[in-house]
Design a protein around this ligand. Structure first.
Ligand code: ADP
Ligand code: ZN
Length: 731
């Protein structure tokens, strides 16, 4: 696609946007020879030099003699008008300063630095004069990564020491410094290597997607296919077509732990590895990928949500895999939903979006029903594999014994699998040992000192932990409230406690626990998952993370320990989430030649959500959910924003929220509604009180401009904040 290029003459004024400044551009004089709008530049800012982007012509409406000159134009491809428009639109949509979005789009270390300026350090044979704990850790890390060089600042960050430790080791000759090697070129991906033989359904789906890609227009397709139906094989054919068309493609994945297995699959299809983009990629790797994408040398990126902000020159296709996944919504800093922003980006670049899921979000289901998205269904598993049988275990009929969470029917089914050499997965969506530490004498519940949350017992830490802020404290031996030492008890099951029961009941079985709070590196985690897939465990116990696309071919039984858990709390989204989660987990069973069984422990098998999970009419479930949302006027039928007011003092925080509420007239006159203030879903984090207001508006309303008009005149005092969350996840 040809884009218009805007030049600024030497001596003209340029408005430069830099991530190092609050939300405004600064004017600088363009050096001799001129510069392109969009160029990356280095400019003086006070005593510092910072990097930025020429955002447009300067205004020059003040003392021109004070204006400084752009220091240097960096050797980086300029940011395209389309990319600048994307950055602007995301900023407008999320009501975030432009500079914050620019930071997302330029988060590359050493951007534009000449190669000679980049250094790496390596380990030598020299011993330090004196060993300290920090030094030892640096050396151990480098020994573990033999042969690899790291930028000094990166090394310090990775090991968790200050950069002076690295400097010290360098001075003593323990580390040797050298110029960073030139970036290796990217191998070409070959879309014409033979693909797998697709089934009829897969073939039809692939043909439709290929045509869409060839159209070079914007469009979004919901690819809804049961787990194991071969969605990945299908969308890789769309990627192949995109590569054939000479355009770039992006595959977004929700869980970086999965990228390893996924990368091998992509490599097998195209004969070379694509570029990767996520927090586990080294600084050098990220710079190489970023530059490769900007120069159009990278044709395919596989990455986490932030890959959406890479400087693609001609993005023809974005795949959002497991599009329903909550982790696409960034909940800190810039609050954006990568799925929605992918649609925005593709509409700008005239590209296609494929949203793939076995359990789509209600939003996407509704958009497909309304004809905004195309929809393709894959209803059968690929090959001989059949969908698992879904069976409820009614806990009113088969009650649990005291301090036991596995019913007899489930225990028997596990036992059978163990004897047959097949795998079982027991799923519980609760980290830690026990969710509640309670004094049975006085009823006191041990909570976090800084948050409105109970402390969760973790046996492997031998401490209580707050899942909001991560604070820990010792497990009390007596009640902190009444002093009684005999009645303090851990109540309810967590993944660790379930593991304890499994050990007790199946002493001869090999057990593996997969929980997101087990401090494991991505690599170690991938290794563990590979071991399990190869048959290295008989019983796998896991939290939410096992729900996501792992492929365990020997797994024939899935037990959901507490299906009712997610249905409490009265949130409108609870049903959707529970359905997605349990369906995804159940989908792990029986992927290869053996049929699978999913057993769902519940106290309310007649609940509509549980019934839908058990294989009722799924479309009817979605229709009912949609009707309920429509009735309530909430997304996707209405618009919504959460306003989180936070601050150190509870009274003042509420006062600030009430000051906003007092101006509700601005909202109601425009046809919106205000709810609250009320304590936020997490009412206190890290000692800060959080109060939430919810704004609900009809679809056609320009919500963002209304909100900014509403909050504009309420200026919080220092240390108090008003944060706006467009399309909040929970309501
Ligand atoms: P989904 O993404 O829908 O869960 P996958 O694409 O991961 O499904 O496919 C499930 C399994 O079936 C994988 O092991 C995959 O390699 C295999 N598979 C899917 N389609 C084919 C095909 N056409 N030929 C051979 N194997 C296939
Ligand atoms: Zn806490």
């Amino acid at each position: 696609m040809r884009e218009q290029i805007e030049y600024l003459e030497g001596g003209a004024l340029a408005a430069v946007l830099t991530p190092d400044m609050p939300d405004r551009t600064l004017d600088y004089r363009v050096p001799e020879g001129g510069a392109r709008v969009g160029a990356f530049v280095s400019v003086p800012l006070g005593p510092r030099r910072v990097k930025g982007v020429i955002w447009g012509p300067g205004a020059g409406d003040y003392d021109l003699s004070k204006i400084r000159q752009i220091g240097a134009i960096l050797d980086v491809p300029p940011m395209s008008p389309l990319m600048r428009e994307f950055v602007t639109r995301v900023a407008d949509y999320t009501m975030t300063p432009l500079t914050a979005i620019l930071r997302l789009a330029t988060r590359v270390p050493g951007l534009g630095d000449p190669p000679g300026k980049r250094r790496i350090v390596r380990l030598t044979d020299q011993q330090p004069s004196r060993m300290t704990d920090a030094r030892e850790r640096v050396i151990a890390f480098l020994e573990e990564h033999r042969g690899m060089g790291f930028a000094p600042s990166e090394l310090a960050a990775l090991v968790g020491v200050t950069s002076s430790v690295v400097k010290g080791l360098e001075k003593q000759g323990v580390l040797r410094s050298e110029d960073a090697p030139r970036d290796a070129p990217f191998p070409r991906l070959d879309p014409d290597l033979p693909s797998k033989d697709l089934s009829n359904d897969q073939n039809n789906a692939a043909t439709t997607l290929r045509e869409a890609v060839r159209s070079r227009t914007y469009g979004t397709t919901l690819l809804k296919g049961v787990t194991g139906s071969g969605k990945t094989e299908v969308y890789l054919e769309a990627v192949a077509e995109c590569l054939r068309a000479g355009r770039q493609a992006l595959v977004l994945l929700p869980e970086i732990a999965l990228t390893g297995a996924f990368m091998s699959r992509v490599e097998a299809r195209f004969g070379a590895a694509p570029a990767e983009w996520h927090s586990g990629v080294t600084q050098a790797g990220r710079r190489r990928a970023w530059t490769g994408v900007a120069e159009g040398r990278v044709s395919l990126v596989v990455g986490a949500r932030s890959a959406l902000f890479l400087p693609f020159t001609d993005l023809g296709l974005i795949i959002v895999d497991e599009e329903h996944d909550g982790s696409y919504k960034q909940e800190e800093g810039v609050l954006y939903n990568a799925r929605d922003m992918a649609v925005l980006r593709a509409s700008l670049t005239k590209g296609q979006v494929v949203l793939a899921s076995a359990t789509p979000s209600l939003e996407s289901w509704v958009n497909a029903r309304a004809g905004k998205y195309a929809r393709i269904d894959l209803t059968e598993r690929f090959g001989a594999a059949v969908l698992p049988e879904m069976r409820a275990v009614d806990l009113r009929i088969d009650p649990l014994e005291r301090d036991s969470w596995i019913s007899e029917p489930l225990a028997n089914a596990v036992q059978k699998r163990v004897e047959a050499g097949e795998q079982s997965l027991l799923f519980i969506n609760r980290r830690g040992y026990a969710p509640l530490t309670l004094c049975r004498a006085c009823g006191h519940q041990v909570g976090c000192d800084d948050c409105d949350a109970r402390m969760v017992e973790h046996r492997f830490l031998n401490r209580l932990m707050c899942h909001q802020c991560g604070a820990t404290k010792p497990i009390p031996t007596e009640c902190p409230s009444c002093g009684n030492a005999d009645h303090i008890a851990a109540l309810g099951p967590g993944v660790e406690r379930l593991a304890e029961e499994v050990e007790r009941r199946f002493p001869d079985a090999r057990m593996a626990v997969l929980s997101s709070d087990m401090t494991m590196s991505a690599r170690a985690l991938k290794q563990r998952i590979d071991e399990i897939a190869a048959g290295g465990a008989d019983i796998v116990i896991g939290t939410q993370m096992v729900a996501k696309g792992h492929n365990f071919p020997l797994l024939t039984l899935v037990g959901v320990i507490d299906a009712d858990l997610g249905l409490q709390g009265g949130e409108l989204r609870a049903a959707e989430r529970t359905f997605q989660l349990i369906r995804q987990v159940a989908g792990r069973a029986g992927r290869a030649d053996k049929p699978g069984l999913a057993m769902i422990q519940t106290h309310q098998p007649e609940h509509p959500v549980i019934k839908a999970i058990l294989g009722g009419d799924e479309e009817a479930f979605w229709r009912a959910e949609a009707a309920e949302r429509q009735q309530a006027g909430v997304p996707p039928f209405g618009r919504m924003a959460g306003i989180i007011v936070s601050g150190p003092e509870e009274r003042e925080t509420f006062d600030l929220a009430r000051a906003l509420a007092a101006r509700a007239g601005i909202l109601t006159q425009a046809g919106a509604q205000l709810f609250g203030p009320a304590p936020a879903p997490v009412a206190r984090i890290r000692g800060r009180t959080r109060v939430r207001l919810l704004v609900k508006a009809p679809k056609g309303l320009a919500l963002q401009s209304l909100l900014s008009h509403w909050v504009r005149d309420v200026v919080p005092r220092p240390n108090y904040r008003i944060a706006i969350d467009i399309d909040p996840q929970s309501f």
